[in-house]
Design a protein around this ligand. Structure first.
Ligand code: CA
Length: 511
């Protein structure tokens, strides 16, 4: 009897200790796993109503595992290129409001291509800034700053691309991160290969602005950048695990952005199945990224952190399809039209999954739409930050009600995109434009010639039927809606070079 009491006491004691361990770990750890340039179909997880040939092609078993443990979002949106998405994530602002409408790199230098029809406005070419004295930046309180203030240990791993060179946020440590692994101003790595020193010189010094910083330990090794970043993330997590602070890990892979370089661990089967060499390399990068996700999930389980860690999986823009890929251009996100850089669905619809143990129902699906700036208030709500002190006005709405299945932000809400810029390549939906989605309807307004496209996404996900002429009332409604929003945030429009006038807002064209 005494022995039984002893074991009972031991059980209660360890039970209490377990409880207290969990209690001091709340609020939850948060991993935001952001992939670069990953398309909606670059996965074996089906995000459409049926499995597609691309779902058959790609192998992402760990995304399947995450989807089985969490909620899949079938209509999650970002912007069509890198920096606008990343700034929206950091600030909660729509690109029309934060004005970092194109990708950033060099201080005071625009990344816009040359155009004979329009001239882009003076957008915020220097990115986001935590101080308000730097020209052409958006001054904002960033998500990691707020998490830091709330007691989180904040870790940046991978691609930053928040701000131009020689401005504070080219270094993530200056905008809310406690640790920075490999992040700087550039939006791509010089090389994914450790054997090529990730684009650094043989002596380890930077070769150019694309040289990945801070991973000299791996130089000369036969290791892919995705693997090196994953090992570094776990090394940093080792220093915070079981300490007092919860952590925020912003795991922002450089993959699967160009240069399309093989992840040697995974390429062989794709070559054997007959993919051309570029597409085989691309698929191997996708699988290498997926391996990273799986390794982090394993790490959480091994360290008994899985139950108190939220994982959000997202991509920053649509899959690249206009250039640099094997096969037909503009075909790599089918059934979606076009790809990165386009206002069409292929440019902005993303694979998104959220695992939140104890809150999100396993293997669930949410078809309600949302957009990248929504991550800002959502992550704050997850972290228990109820009254954030921020200097900017935000557009994002928390999607926690969708995660809890208690409500939705999608009903009656319009989503907006604004890109008064020149990306470079041409193709469907590519070019300066503003667009709006309301319900199943989506309208794209092209700045160069001020023409419209109107699509019914419920019946035409591939955006093949322009209904602008057939549904003039709907066109007018959406143009008015978009115009009101653009005016409310004082959105910048380009200049029509033939007239020297600012391109009119969409409602004006239909008057
Ligand atoms: Ca990107």
């Amino acid at each position: 009897m005494k022995l039984l009491s002893f074991f009972l006491a031991l059980f209660l004691l360890t039970g209490c200790q377990q409880y207290e361990e969990n209690a001091h770990l709340t609020p939850p750890n948060i991993i935001l796993f952001l992939v670069d340039d990953m398309g909606w179909q670059d996965t074996s997880v089906p995000f459409w109503k049926e499995k597609t040939p691309f779902n058959q092609r790609y192998r992402t078993p760990n995304m399947e595992r995450l989807a089985a443990e969490g909620m899949k979002f079938t209509q999650a949106y970002a912007t069509s290129v890198c920096s606008p998405t990343r700034i929206s994530l950091m600030t909660g602002m729509n690109a029309a409001r934060h004005r970092v409408t194109n990708w950033t790199l060099t201080k005071n230098q625009s990344s816009d291509g040359v155009d004979t029809i329009i001239r882009p406005p003076a957008w915020n070419i220097n990115g986001v800034s935590p101080i308000d004295t730097i020209p052409q930046t958006v001054y904002a309180t960033t998500l990691p700053e707020l998490l830091q203030d709330a007691g989180y240990f904040t870790i940046h791993v991978g691609k930053a691309h928040f701000a131009a060179t020689e401005t504070p946020c080219e270094e993530p440590l200056n905008c809310g991160f406690d640790v920075n692994i490999a992040g700087h101003a550039a939006g791509a790595p010089g090389s994914y290969q450790g054997l090529e020193n990730f684009g650094n010189n043989p002596d380890g010094t930077p070769k150019n602005r694309w040289s990945v910083p801070g991973l000299s330990h791996y130089h000369g090794q036969d290791i892919h950048l995705s693997e090196a970043l994953t090992r570094e993330a776990m090394r940093v997590l080792d220093t915070v695990v079981n300490k007092e602070k919860p952590f925020y890990l912003y795991m922002a892979h450089y993959a699967v952005h160009i240069p399309i370089q093989a992840d040697a661990r995974f390429i062989q089967p794709y070559l054997i199945q007959g993919l051309d060499s570029v597409e085989a390399r691309y698929a191997s990068m996708v699988e290498g990224m997926d391996k990273s996700l799986g390794d982090l999930m394993d790490y959480l389980e091994t360290n008994k952190l899985a139950e108190n860690t939220i994982i959000l999986f997202m991509s920053d823009n649509g899959g690249l399809s206009a250039v640099a890929r094997g096969g037909e251009p503009h075909s790599h996100n089918a059934p979606l039209s076009s790809g990165k850089g386009s206002a069409r669905e292929g440019g902005v619809r993303e694979p998104m999954i959220v695992k939140w143990p104890g809150v999100v129902q396993a293997a669930s699906t949410c078809d309600d739409y949302l957009i990248i700036e929504d991550f800002f208030p959502t992550v704050l709500e997850m972290a228990g930050v109820t009254d954030p002190q921020i200097v900017q006005d935000i557009d994002g709405l928390s999607f926690v009600p969708m995660l809890r299945q208690t409500g939705t932000t999608a009903a009656g809400r319009a989503l907006y995109w604004h890109y008064p810029n020149i990306w470079g390549p041409e193709g469907p939906g590519i070019g300066p434009s503003s667009s709006v989605r309301l319900g199943d309807w989506k309208m794209i307004y092209y700045h160069r010639d001020q023409h419209f496209e109107l699509f019914d996404l419920a019946h035409d996900i591939s955006e093949t039927q322009n209904l602008a002429t057939d549904h003039p009332e709907k066109l007018k409604e959406l143009a008015a809606n978009l115009t009101t929003y653009l005016q409310s945030v004082d959105a910048q429009m380009p200049v029509d070079l033939s007239t020297g006038e600012t391109v009119p807002l969409p409602a004006k064209v239909l008057e």
